[in-house]
Ligand binder design. Structure first.
Ligand code: FES
Length: 394
């Protein structure tokens, strides 16, 4: 999950993290929370909301709309979920999880019952609402965009695909309380697959629900009817949805696009290189269109990862030899100089062999046992946009 901000004209895309985003979570131990409530929130019964609290009832860290948690499951897997409760409730965090067939993380979360314990890192906000009083906002009455630049946005269009409604819930609540001019279009394959329909009914005409089975696949015009200066678009959903929306507003002057991804961004200018796991370990060829993480995870599903977008730090390994082409947004110069590498995004030049420290990350054993690489979303997206029924990392 990463928030990119794109402001026309010129289709400028800035990978950006909230200034208050902390260091990668592997540097700290997770804090423990207790599951106190579990509720099915979609008619197809494939989405549950999970409410967590401090084991002794203490107040939790404050968060702002768009924030997410890194959730460390009892199995040790770590997954990220948007917070979708009320930021004004200091005692509870709520997330929602769609069950993905064969999705280890989502199935494990669906199996939790009240009383279960999980670890968390965060909250962190990589998708802040740039509304006065929220996210990276500035003084009262002044809306600031990420990085502190004044935003001209006077109107907000929220776009959610399926489980992508989760970060929008807090944003809609905040926009509504602030008296902002906002609307939401909520899309999916069919209504039964859309969580929280009851909860958003209170917003009346501001919300449009459209489903593929009743309305057909959404067009760009249906998602963003009017493109004009002063518009801020917030979109969360599968890659196809983001692509359609980005194409709609990319060259529009004075329009902001803020989005949160479900899947890793496409590899740009990828070239093949080689990775060796340990000084005497296995050698892996990394094709131009795959990441080191994808290749290693195929050999060993226990390779740790979370965001797959170069900002959480979970997949960090130490490089013993070779030159890294860093593509993450987290590691500082000192970390890079000491050989740290985020294998979900960073690469090497063609012909280079990176020797990775086998004592970092997970063991990649020989002989390998094959497993399917877990980018279900990319595989699931046909040429035309298909919405709903997806989750971030299953
Ligand atoms: S998995 Fe998050 S930085 Fe690599």
């Amino acid at each position: 999950m990463v928030a990119d901000r794109l402001i026309g004209p010129g289709a400028r895309v800035l990978a950006w993290l909230s200034p208050d985003a902390p260091a990668p979570p592997r540097a700290t131990l997770p804090r423990e929370l207790t599951l106190v409530d579990r509720e099915v929130v979609a008619a197809d019964e494939e989405v549950v909301s999970l409410v967590f609290a401090h084991p002794r009832g203490a107040a939790l860290r404050a968060w702002s709309p768009g924030a997410h948690l890194d959730v460390v499951l009892p199995s040790g897997r770590m997954r990220q979920y948007s917070l979708c409760g009320d930021p004004d409730d200091p005692f509870h965090y709520r997330i929602a999880v769609r069950r993905i067939p064969n999705g280890s993380g989502s199935i494990e979360l669906h199996g939790l019952r009240p009383g279960a314990r999980v670890g968390i890192h965060g909250p962190r906000n990589a998708f802040p609402l740039t509304l006065a009083g929220h996210g990276s906002s500035g003084p009262p009455g002044v809306s600031l965009s990420p990085g502190g630049l004044p935003t001209p946005a006077r109107r907000i269009r929220f776009i959610a695909g399926g489980i992508g409604i989760t970060p929008m819930l807090g944003m809609m609540r905040a926009a509504d309380r602030a008296g902002a001019d906002w609307s939401l279009v909520y899309t999916g394959r069919h209504r039964d697959a859309l969580p929280f329909l009851d909860e958003i009914a209170c917003y009346g005409g501001r919300v449009t629900v459209r489903t593929d089975d009743e309305d057909g696949l959404p067009t760009a015009e249906a998602l963003v009817p009017t493109v004009e200066p002063g518009l801020a678009v917030y979109v969360c959903g599968p890659p196809g949805l983001l692509d359609v929306v980005a194409a709609r507003v990319a060259h529009a002057p004075g329009v902001e696009l803020h989005h949160e991804r479900f899947a890793p961004p496409p590899i740009v200018d990828g070239r093949p290189f080689t990775v060796q796991w340990g000084r005497r370990g296995r050698v892996f060829e990394i094709p131009a269109d795959r990441t080191v993480l994808a290749v290693l995870a195929e050999a060993d599903p226990a390779v740790p990862y979370s965001c797959r977008q170069g900002f959480c730090g979970t997949c960090k390994v130490r490089v013993l030899a070779g030159n890294v082409e860093h593509r993450d947004t987290v590691l500082n110069a000192a970390q890079r100089a000491q050989g740290d590498m985020l294998i979900c995004v960073s690469r090497a030049r063609p012909g280079e062999t990176l020797v990775l420290d086998a004592n970092t990350g997970a063991a990649v054993t020989d002989p390998p046992h094959r497993t399917r690489y877990r980018v279900r979303l990319a595989r699931a997206m046909p040429k035309r946009i298909r919405l709903g029924g997806v989750n971030r990392v299953p």
